[in-house]
Design a protein around this ligand. Structure first.
Ligand code: KIV
Ligand code: ZN
Length: 386
């Protein structure tokens, strides 16, 4: 049985760029868009064209540049937004308008001072209007995570009838538990008439650290698009991390799901986004953090030197990392010292290793990490001739 394809909708340039202090200029956005296209994402959300002339210009230039992916522009359920987005996307080979409105009781009451029926009318009007410009129209039900499922199903049914091709079910506030979010997607699959005409999409925020788990629960329950960003950047605590969901599906073939992503570009793409945004990646970040393939305790190092799979579930080469690293610290054992010493030209006998290990521990206790330079110093102190 072949695997089902999950579409990857990258929103690094829109939701990701909402990170305070991480604004990108147009050349940077173009560089990232070209890389996302090469990486194999299916949809690039290039910006929110009505928000500023700069964003309009970037979406316009990205539309001209991108060869394979669909290019998408965000709008509110407002005619002017939709007209401006359509204009910005006019050169895209595959344009998509992403329009929507808040559907939770809190959004309906406090943001719109409205009621449920009026919200459905506005949602339908926005999708119908967007359809006059492009075929591919994605609808987002903002704060769907806290929207009552029965009402959410009514909204979805209405916008599918109006021509929506994709239904985005955002957990805007990152509130849902994975079971809850998965059950929401399942409910929509089972209760929305015409659901087979649209792709359900997961857009999960990370306020409780559950963005990735929720997106995976979504696809396990029938969603077939994940909205995500490189390094998981985005509003507040961020969005689902692209590299995480892609590798979860690769590492768990029993999910029978896969994406079009060339995973060997993940590490480099992460560094490129980090550099352009001036936002460092936390060292312990899954898949792309500096320590994701680094081993520092003696027990782990011994295992990895014997066989990488003892402590690594991913071959680093698969995500574009050249090799696992054995970091020498005062917690390292003889196996790691011998291994790293050999890498810099010292083939140690057992007697040499025993003596040098004692020197190494003294040295390591006063250094955070023992570098290649440090190894040379220890060898010089040892009195052995190499
Ligand atoms: O988090 C959210 O609800 C959004 C929508 C605008 C899609 O980013
Ligand atoms: Zn969002």
């Amino acid at each position: 049985m072949s695997k089902d394809k999950v579409f990857i909708f990258d929103t690094t340039l829109r939701d990701g760029e909402q990170v305070p202090g991480c604004k990108l200029d147009t050349p940077q956005k173009l560089e990232i868009a070209a890389r996302l296209d090469e990486l194999g994402v299916d949809i690039i959300e290039a910006g929110f064209p009505v928000s500023s002339p700069g964003d309009f210009n970037s979406v316009n230039l990205i539309s001209k540049l991108v060869k394979n992916a669909s290019v998408c522009g965000l709008t509110r359920a407002v005619r002017k937004d939709i007209e401006v987005a359509a204009q910005a996307l006019k050169h895209a080979k595959k344009p998509r308008i992403h329009t929507g409105i808040g559907t939770s009781d809190s959004h309906i009451k406090f943001k719109f001072n409205s009621n449920r029926d009026a919200i459905i009318e506005r949602a339908v009007a926005a999708v119908s209007y967007a359809k006059t410009f492009v075929e591919d129209v994605e609808f987002y039900a903002e704060d769907a995570g806290r929207t009552d499922n029965e009402f959410l199903a009514r909204v979805c049914e209405a916008v599918i009838k109006a021509g929506a091709t994709v239904l985005n079910i955002p957990d805007t506030t990152g509130y849902c538990l994975p079971e809850e979010y998965g059950a929401k997607i399942k409910y929509l699959k089972e209760h929305v008439t015409g659901i087979h005409k649209a792709v359900l999409s997961c857009h999960c925020h990370n306020d409780l650290g559950l963005a990735t788990a929720n997106a995976i629960a979504g696809v396990q329950n029938g969603a077939r698009q994940i909205e995500c960003t490189i390094n998981g950047i985005g509003e507040r605590a961020g969005n689902t991390a692209l590299e995480e969901v892609v590798m979860i599906m690769r590492q768990h073939p029993n999910l029978m799901l896969d994406t079009n992503i060339n995973s060997q570009l993940l590490n480099d793409t992460s560094m490129m986004v980090s550099r352009n945004m001036g936002m460092m990646v936390q060292p312990n970040k899954a898949i792309v953090g500096a320590n994701a393939f680094a081993h520092s305790s003696g027990i782990h190092q011994d295992g990895v030197i014997k066989n990488r799979e003892t402590y690594e579930i991913i071959d680093p080469a698969e995500v574009g990392v050249t090799e696992s690293s054995i970091v020498l610290t005062a917690r390292s054992g003889r196996a790691a010292l011998a291994y790293r010493s050999k890498n810099v030209g010292y083939e140690l006998t057992k007697t040499q290793l025993d003596k040098i290990y004692a020197l190494f521990l003294d040295y390591a206790d006063s250094h955070k990490e023992v570098t290649d330079e440090g190894i040379h110093e220890i060898m010089a102190q040892s009195g052995f001739e190499f």
